[in-house]
Design a protein around this ligand. Structure first.
Ligand code: GLU
Length: 423
């Protein structure tokens, strides 16, 4: 069963899980418990109601959130999620995750996240625009290029970012390119931003395979999720010669152990809205995909996809987290005991926010780079973070996840101590 077919994908409280994780990192790396106490909480959180005029003349009220977890290393940064199962605690956990992701990539940002409880697939373009403009207006005092910079996440797009940019700019009286990233190219977006998360995943898998003396052409990959990340990643991996043996979206999975024609899958999804029925594939469930016979399993859907119940049945030797929080700590422990290499979200899923950082810099300078420059700089940052994480893992004899979060938490802790507690 897919994530969106269940009543919610959140089997456990995501904020409690994030706090348990943080406490473990604090113990492993000897971070001052007072600091861990500070980092457990979010700096600021707004909850807003968003009345929207629907196409049928009725007014529907949606709930939305914007949470800033930490701004010690720079303005808060993080996406906005439109999904029916969004919860306030989920947004807080995701905001905390952005603090670690930005710190691990050495970006001068803190962490934030936003969310609106809605199903964007059921809203017309007009309803989506009115919802976005009203949500932006409700959080307008919180966001800004020096304060908090939203971006796309699950269920939002470049068009949504364009409406946020326009609403903010109309309110302040001039165009503010740096208020949001993931914008369309026509409005100061960055080349390479759309495929950036997928590209970051690609660079991580490639570096991990090199460590094992393997290459893409010998590698079978299953990808859970066929949104912006899963779709772009499937295309990039196929270009590198990897064999894509399973794909899934919220409607289920398609498999072919000899390899799926990714270009045909992209066309089929665009035409039919689902992967199901893709010629040359067999239908399967999302659980089948997670447990399929492959070398690398990429989690590019929602949180908690791999958990204590199914981690024992994963057959991949490498699990790569393109989504945020797709493995619960219980699932993680099982994967680790079984010797499966996990490339954690803070590392593998960071390509998007790295190119968001490039977009923010380009917007502030009003000077735009070429795609090869964006991709080369993205590669530098992601591979450097990978190597730092790898060597920390070896030094502390721990997992890639603990190493990644350990590096990130120590960076935020150092900045906090150096700045000092105000007042
Ligand atoms: N939503 C993406 C993430 O979770 C991108 C965030 C950003 O670009 O600010 O990493």
């Amino acid at each position: 069963m897919s994530a969106t077919e269940t009543s919610t994908h959140l089997r456990e409280n995501p904020l409690s899980l994030a706090r348990v994780q943080l406490a473990r990192v604090g113990e492993t790396f000897g971070v001052d418990s007072n600091l861990i106490g500070v980092l457990k909480s979010c700096k600021k959180s707004v909850e807003v109601s968003i009345p929207v005029l629907m196409d049928n003349g009725s007014v529907r009220v949606f709930d939305g959130y914007r949470v800033i977890h930490n701004v010690t290393r720079g303005p808060a940064k993080g996406g906005i999620r439109y999904h029916p199962n969004v919860t306030h605690e989920e947004v807080k956990a995701l905001a905390m995750g952005m603090t670690w992701k930005c710190a691990l990539m050495s970006l001068p940002f803190g962490g934030a996240k936003g969310g609106v409880i809605c199903d964007p697939k059921e809203l017309s373009a007009g309803e989506l625009e009115r919802l976005t403009r009203r949500y932006t207006t409700e959080i307008i005092n919180e966001i800004g290029p020096e304060k908090d910079i939203p971006a796309p996440d699950v269920g939002t797009s470049a068009q949504v970012m364009a409406w946020i940019f326009d609403t903010y700019s109309m309110n302040v009286g001039h165009s503010v390119l740096g208020v949001v990233t993931g914008k369309p190219l026509a409005l100061g977006g960055s080349v390479g931003r759309d495929g950036a998360t997928a590209r970051g995943v690609l660079y991580c898998i490639r570096t991990a395979l090199q460590k094992e003396g393997r290459r893409f052409p010998d590698t079978r990959v299953a990808i859970q999720g066929f949104g912006t990340v899963g779709r772009n990643l499937a295309r990039l991996l196929a270009e590198e010669g990897a064999r894509i043996v399973a794909l899934s979206d919220s409607g289920g999975a398609v498999v072919n152990s000899y390899g799926i024609d990714v270009a045909a899958a992209i066309v089929h999804k665009a035409e039919h809205g689902v992967l199901r029925g893709l010629p040359g594939t067999e239908e399967a469930t999302n659980d089948d995909l997670l447990e399929s016979d492959c070398d690398v399993l990429v989690l590019a859907a929602l949180e908690q996809a791999v958990n204590a119940d199914n981690a024992g049945r994963i057959r991949a030797h490498m699990v790569c987290e393109a989504a945020n929080g797709p493995t619960t700590p219980g699932g993680d422990e099982i994967l680790e005991d079984r010797g499966i290499l996990v490339l954690p979200d803070a590392l593998a899923g960071a390509g998007g926010v790295v190119v968001s950082y490039f977009e923010w810099v380009q917007g502030l300078q009003e000077y735009f780079w070429k795609e090869y420059e964006v991709n080369a700089k993205l590669n530098d940052i992601v591979v450097r973070a990978f190597e730092e994480t790898w060597s920390t893992r070896e030094r502390f004899g721990t997992s890639m996840r603990m190493a990644a979060y350990g590096l990130a938490v120590q960076r935020v802790a150092e900045a906090t101590t150096t700045r000092g507690l105000y007042p």
